[in-house]
Ligand binder design. Structure first.
Ligand code: BES
Ligand code: ZN
Length: 872
């Protein structure tokens, strides 16, 4: 276990690193020449004269200190470290090691993907490349030499600038890259292989020309245009919004097929999962287009928030990740639809962070301890971390917040710092005391606000009484009150806004009184989701109807609809369980009717969001004991009833917005208006197809057939509906889809995920069959996420069948994966960790599987940490 309070400044620092990679077919020889010196901050009498380096799975060949070969007695080697005894104050160390990238299935360190070499070093992969001080507060200047066969590996890349390139005898070549910026080793990258390259350029605000290159596997060049646009868009946006300019003369992105996460911000040489680069209208959906832009913006933004200013230690991970998520979310809001972007962010938070915060894996945004740092790249560190930044922006206001960012950049450029330094910068530019606010970083759990109101008709005053509490989380039984920014509005009974205000709750309970209020108002609470909390307020249906129709805060309009639906579905679930026949109140469908009539010519994308019911996952969150079957049944019932009552309007909107030719002409400019149109008509199609009648079925089938070659958004929308209907066409369309796209790995992933999330009873046996499908590859993370991950995380009804077969299946997969790639295995475990939320029978079945995993010998730290925590 590693503890935050154990942090110690490094005893030695590294000034320069000179790496030579000799890449071969069976192994790679790495020669590392380091110039090290004792950290001057540490007083001489406290200094330890042994140097301890990290290293894993390395075959040590030789060590030289200041040019002299070391004898066996001058160093000690363990499985995870190399200690050089009695080192001088400053010295050169040359270490030669042999590694085997071709055998690396963990995809951490140097490995191969489709025959090309690439690296992933964050968080602790560099120690699998060479012995080093593998910690983010050791920052050094890197020079990298790569030697490889010219035929097999024509492209040789590393961070920074290419300074030399020469032919060598025996068909080899040698290149040298130099990175002028100091960096921690987790930002090191190397790529070697057969790659095509798209090139463009960007002129920065100060007039420097930056070369942009995207490298892809052969044949993928036509799918790079959108990513290239996105880079330029992100670069311009960061200049305009944050005054941040790019700092090297070249910015490279390499897209690889085998990658544990989405993308990585290595200095000047980002490495991406192909999923977040490759796109054309025929193979990528509109949402894929949006995600590509946001991941590119994210990694680009890291250049300042992460690379120029990095983390002191991994407990500070949210310093760079929470902040950079905040930045990429702002990018997406500014470049698409602010309200829809906010809705997506909040849905994401509620579907993954809230459950995490309510379960055995709950931890603060700045964790206090960990066994395996890779288990802490969580929704809490990322998404709640972003919300915590956003709250500081709300509390300070936009102008001061920007000043705070500027101060943070100016003060800490080139340093490895803590979250404390960030908050301090915010305090220093404002007169705001953020002492209490800091609890958001140290206390886990989602705060709950219980709100009651009181209208005094004689005094014309309206009072909101807000009480805050936060449930116990592991190691934190009692919480101190948070500093919570609450944006609100008050509407009169006709829906007109009377007041908008900004409240700051700091005590366990506070009263806020508003004067001169003519009649009892309807409160619009937590506008824009101004804090990551849950709100209990006894809204009447009629209040929610008014808010849904008229709130000027568009986010809260959407939110009112979600609340109304949650309330309704929870009531229907009770009826369902009591055996009462279900009935949809007409009041409910009438607000949708109003919506469809008044909004279809306005923001179509927002309208589509407002027509989307809360997910099964979010509904589950509202139940003490989750009843997956009831949730699914009732949600389907509501969809079907809405479809029955509104089918004429749905059909009309569908036809008005459907392009029969299914042609998308982007001209390399992605158009969010047209996309909104597609989202809208596709949700109408979903409603119609749920009615399971011939007419609508053939409508869906037509859309599928027309779109299959040209428009993946429409293809997937139709296919998703077709697959969930018991019909002989089902197998035909799936086969047709596969037939068409079998050579496109990313599309095949969609095909796997679609089947893994199908609601039909045979889904599990199908998933098991698909594991044996020739296109499935358990060593490829995208395939694992698409089939196993999607089944465990996005198919509640089939995963939680009360026979326990879903659990058993997942646990078996975890074990199989763990032997190959522990990081991916660990990411598959989480659905089982939520066992406490289910009925007794399922609890037992889930625990059985967790215990079965625990009994295995040789399971990784990654998996055992999560399973251990889940079992307490
Ligand atoms: N620094 C991370 C990459 C990373 C993730 C390294 C996990 C080590 C472990 C990168 O900046 C990142 O956060 N990537 C995200 C995508 C992003 C848009 C949220 C990812 O890979 O999921
Ligand atoms: Zn990141």
């Amino acid at each position: 276990m590693h503890y935050l309070h154990d942090y110690q400044t490094p005893a030695y620092l590294i000034d320069t690193v000179n790496l030579v990679f000799d890449l071969n077919e069976k192994y790679t020889i790495v020669t590392a020449k380091l110039y090290l010196y004792a950290n001057p901050i540490i007083p001489i009498h406290q200094r330890h004269s042994d140097l301890v380096l990290n290293g894993e799975l390395l075959e040590l060949l030789s060590i030289e200190l200041d040019g002299k070969l070391l004898e066996k007695i001058q160093f000690q080697k363990t499985e995870k470290s190399l200690t050089i005894l009695q080192v001088p104050e400053a010295f050169f160390l040359e270490i030669r090691t042999r590694i085997r990238p071709q055998e690396n299935t963990a995809l951490s360190g140097l490995y191969q993907s489709n025959g090309n070499f690439c690296t992933q070093c964050e968080a602790q992969g560099f120690r699998r490349i060479t012995y080093f001080l593998d910690r983010p507060d050791v920052m050094a200047r890197f020079t990298v030499t790569i030697i490889a066969d010219k035929e097999r590996y024509p492209v040789l890349l590393s961070n920074g600038n290419l300074v030399s390139h020469q032919k060598l005898p025996e068909g080899k070549q040698i290149v040298i890259w130099e990175d002028p910026f100091k960096k921690p080793c987790y930002l090191f990258a190397l790529v070697a292989g057969h790659l095509d390259c798209a090139e463009d350029f960007f002129v920065t605000q100060s007039g420097r020309q930056v070369t942009l290159r995207i490298y892809v596997e052969k044949g993928n060049l036509p799918k790079c245009a959108h990513a290239m646009q996105a880079i330029k868009k992100a670069m311009r946006w960061d200049e305009e919004k944050f005054g941040r300019e790019y700092d090297l003369d070249i910015y490279m992105i390499v897209a690889v097929s085998d990658f544990n996460s989405g993308a990585m911000e290595n200095k000047g040489l980002n490495i991406f999962n192909t999923q977040y680069i490759l796109a054309d209208p025929a193979t990528a959906t509109d949402m894929d287009y949006i995600h590509i832009e946001s991941v590119i913006a994210h990694e680009y933004c890291h250049n300042w928030t992460g690379n120029r200013i990095t983390c002191r230690d991994w407990f500070q991970l949210s310093l760079k990740e929470g902040l950079t998520i905040f930045r990429d979310q702002n990018f997406t809001a500014d470049t698409t639809s602010p309200v829809v972007a906010r809705i997506h962010d909040v849905v994401g938070l509620r579907n993954s962070q809230f459950p995490e915060d309510a379960g055995p894996l709950a931890h603060p945004v700045r964790p206090e301890c960990y066994v395996e740092i890779n288990n802490f790249y969580t929704s809490t560190v990322y998404n709640k971390g972003a919300e915590v930044i956003r709250m500081q922006q709300i509390i300070l206001g936009d102008v001061l917040f920007r000043k705070g960012m500027d101060l943070y950049f100016a003060r800490h450029d080139g340093q490895a710092v803590t979250i404390e330094e960030f908050v301090k910068a915010m305090e220093d530019v404002s007169d705001v005391d953020l002492k209490q606010f800091r609890l958001w970083y140290s206390q886990a759990g989602t705060p709950v606000l219980d709100i009651v109101d009181d209208y005094d008709a004689t005094k014309k005053t309206y009072t909101l009484t807000i009480k805050q509490s936060c449930p116990a989380t592991p190691q934190q039984p009692a919480k101190k009150p948070f500093h919570i920014p609450i944006k609100i509005g008050l509407l009169d009974s006709s829906g007109k806004e009377i007041i908008h205000d900004f409240l700051q709750l700091k005590s366990p309970e506070e009263k806020f009184t508003f004067n001169s209020i003519a009649s009892k108002p309807i409160p619009s609470l937590l506008r824009g989701f101004s804090a990551p909390v849950k709100i209990n307020y006894a809204y009447a249906d009629s209040d929610l109807q008014i808010l849904f129709k008229y709130d000027t805060d568009l986010f809260n309009r959407w939110e009112a609809g979600q609340r109304y639906t949650v309330k309704l579905i929870l009531n229907l679930i009770q009826d369902f369980r009591a055996g009462i026949s279900l009935q949809l109140p007409t009041d409910y469908s009438s607000i949708f009717k109003f919506l469809l009539e008044t909004m279809q010519d306005k923001d179509k994308w927002l309208l589509a969001e407002m027509l989307t019911l809360p997910s099964e996952k979010y509904l589950a969150e509202q139940m003490k004991i989750i009843d997956v079957d009831a949730i699914h049944f009732v949600r389907e019932f509501v969809l079907t009833e809405l479809a029955l009552q509104l089918q004429i309007v749905f059909l009309e909107i569908y036809e008005k917005n459907h392009d029969k030719k299914s042609i998308i002409k982007f001209d390399n400019k992605f158009d969010t208006h047209e996309m909104g149109q597609r989202q809208l008509k596709n949700i109408c199609l979903m409603y119609l197809m749920i009615l399971n009648n011939k007419l609508y079925f053939s409508m869906g089938l037509n859309q599928f057939n027309n779109a299959l070659l040209s428009n993946m958004t429409d293809t997937m929308a139709a296919l998703r509906c077709l697959v969930n209907i018991e019909n002989p066409e089902r197998e035909k369309v799936l086969a047709q889809f596969y037939q068409q796209w079998q050579n496109d790995a990313l599309v095949v992933d969609k095909w796997f995920a679609l089947q893994a999330t199908a609601t039909s009873p045979d889904t599990l046996s199908r998933v098991k069959q698909l594991l044996k499908h020739p296109a499935f590859d358990i060593k490829n993370p995208n395939k694992v996420y698409a089939l196993i991950g999607a089944f465990g995380q996005r198919n509640p009804v089939r995963f939680h069948t009360d026979t326990g077969e879903g659990y058993q299946f997942l646990a078996d997969c975890v074990l199989q994966l763990d032997a190959l790639n522990p990081q991916i295995a660990a990411r598959m475990v989480t659905p089982l960790s939520e066992w406490q939320r289910y009925d007794k029978k399922r609890q037992h079945l889930m625990r059985d599987q967790l215990e079965m995993i625990m009994r295995q010998k040789n399971i990784s730290h990654n998996v055992s940490e999560l399973v251990n925590k889940s079992l307490v």
